[in-house]
Design a protein around this ligand. Structure first.
Ligand SMILES: [Zn+2]
Ligand SMILES: [Zn+2]
Length: 512
């Protein structure tokens, strides 16, 4: 059998890391981004890809360091859509040094950093965050900067291989922030070949700095990345497919790492984009940007992990907010049953399925957890108008059921298609045929005098129809119209039992 069929991709990728970087006791895996705006779910794919490979390496007995670099010493390039126009005045400054447009954090960068940082622990991911503005300002990368400056012509040569507009000799691989106006509108006048740079700024300021002592220098992205691979001794870092195009930053980064920093490219992996399916709440005005927190409003953390662990990184997929949500929950419950041997599956498929479950878990349960049906919960939360406490009366209370009920409620409120929504009526308003009324009256009597489970009640509907010579579809439509004022609705027997006989009888008795 093909190796890919029987092994999980994260385990194969971990093997790759060991093969390429050597069999060591510990490894450093990395990810990172410039927090220039909302960190969306596509960026999360990078983070969880690293986390899954970290776990795969740990399973092989390795020690792991997972670093996440915030490139917050990068320049503020342009004002994004949802940011006030007046921020134009900060273009050219480091994003860690400009104010938070939402006024709730220390800086622009921190605003977007914190949102992501706080959303990761719930999905079982806790990287070590490295703030590039702190590293650069504290002159931690002095030697890396010197190497870049000393090898400027080598870097120009590498970059020019992929550029139609060639970089000239007066180009430097750095952004130098002016000490006076804080912007990078500076020009290097002289580099002494060691640690001193003389520059002048468009604001008129001129200065000579020693970058061992003054952290004004930020390496340009294409050089900064390989410099940090060497600085942190990164063994594995994936990247989005755009970085891998000919002349993409991963391609040039590999060459710069080898030629300038004498460092072997970390083991890499390409990950694909994430799409969006359904999700009424995400209007195009917000640019269809969804975050991990948005996904966590509908999916349990383990299921979020499952979506990514169950899909190869090089496969594009969409996060669904439409009725697929129901299927994904039931698929996950099925996977859990398979893991705990409660559902049959072919021997060949079993190991990989079990591995997907392990990698999806946050704390691997010892025995199969209770699985309240998500579909059933979407009905209960509507019956109780979002009162989760009342919904929980139907179950033995536990944290998982409580969370699932809340998520079902979120889904109904924010994303569920109209046909899924209903409101329990208190008064029968529908126009019914005499025969339909008779059938519902008969149902009322039956409910008063008998106890049912879902199966026996379902059978009762059919015997009522038979007795009154009514079409089944007419009976169901009449019942839905009376109870929820819609032509269709949730499975009638389970709905009636969930609402409770007493309540249903009260409504049916208002039929005139
Ligand atoms: Zn803020
Ligand atoms: Zn200036």
């Amino acid at each position: 059998m093909d190796k890919k069929e029987s092994f999980h991709w994260a385990d194969l990728a971990a093997d790759n890391v060991i093969q390429q970087k050597g069999d060591k006791d510990s490894y450093t895996v990395a990810a990172g981004i410039t927090p220039s705006g909302i960190i969306h779910i596509g960026n999360f794919r990078e983070i969880i890809t690293v986390d899954l490979i970290k776990r795969a390496l740990e399973k092989k007995g390795k020690k792991l360091r997972f670093i996440y670099s915030w490139d917050d010493y990068d320049r503020f390039r342009k004002v994004p859509k949802n940011i006030p126009e007046e921020f134009e005045k900060y273009v050219g400054m480091p994003i860690a040094d400009i104010p938070d447009p939402f006024k709730c954090h220390k800086s622009y960068a921190e605003h977007f950093e914190k949102e992501l940082e706080e959303s990761l622990p719930p999905v079982g991911i806790s990287p070590e965050f490295i703030m590039q503005d702190e590293m650069y300002k504290a002159c931690k990368y002095t030697e890396g900067i010197k190497k870049a400056l000393q090898n400027k012509s080598k870097i120009i040569e590498i970059l020019n291989r992929y550029r139609s507009e060639h970089l000239l000799d007066d180009w430097y691989p750095i952004n130098l922030y002016c000490s006076e106006c804080k912007k990078d509108s500076t020009k290097v006048l002289q580099y002494d070949g060691d640690y001193e740079i003389k520059y002048e700024c468009a604001c008129g300021f001129k200065e000579k700095i020693d970058f061992r002592k003054k952290g004004n220098v930020n390496l340009k992205w294409r050089v900064d990345w390989p410099m940090r691979w060497e600085y942190e001794k990164v063994d594995f870092e994936p990247a989005g497919k755009d970085h891998y195009a000919a002349g993409g930053s991963r391609t040039t980064g590999k060459e710069i790492a080898e030629d300038v920093y004498n460092y072997n490219n970390p083991t890499d992996l390409i990950y694909e984009w994430i799409g969006l399916k359904g999700g009424k709440q995400f209007s195009s005005s917000a640019g269809n940007v969804i975050t991990l927190n948005d996904v966590l409003e509908v999916y349990e953390p383990e299921i979020v992990r499952y979506l990514f662990a169950g899909t190869r990184p090089n496969t594009e997929f969409a996060i669904s907010f439409d009725t697929d949500v129901l299927k994904i929950y039931s698929d996950y419950d099925k996977l859990e049953k398979i893991y705990f041997g409660k559902e049959e599956i072919s021997k060949e498929k079993l190991p990989k399925q079990k591995r997907i479950y392990e990698l999806s878990s946050i704390n691997l349960p010892q025995e199969i957890p209770f699985q309240p049906s998500f579909r059933h919960l979407t009905m209960l939360v509507q019956i109780y108008k979002g009162d989760v406490e009342k919904v929980l009366d139907h179950y033995e209370k536990n944290k998982k059921t409580e969370l699932r009920a809340k998520l079902a409620h979120n889904w109904i409120q924010k994303h569920a298609p109209e046909e899924f929504k209903f409101e329990l009526q208190t008064q029968a308003k529908a126009e019914l045929k005499e025969q339909e009324k008779q059938a519902l009256r008969l149902l009322t009597e039956k409910l008063k005098n008998n106890d049912y489970d879902e199966t026996t009640l379902f059978e009762e509907f059919y015997s009522i129809c038979k007795e009154l010579n009514l079409k089944n579809t007419e009976f169901f439509t009449a019942a839905y119209k009376t109870l929820i004022n819609k032509e269709k609705g949730p499975r009638l027997a389970s709905f009636i039992l969930a609402v409770g006989k007493k309540e249903i009888i009260k409504i049916l008795e208002t039929i005139k």
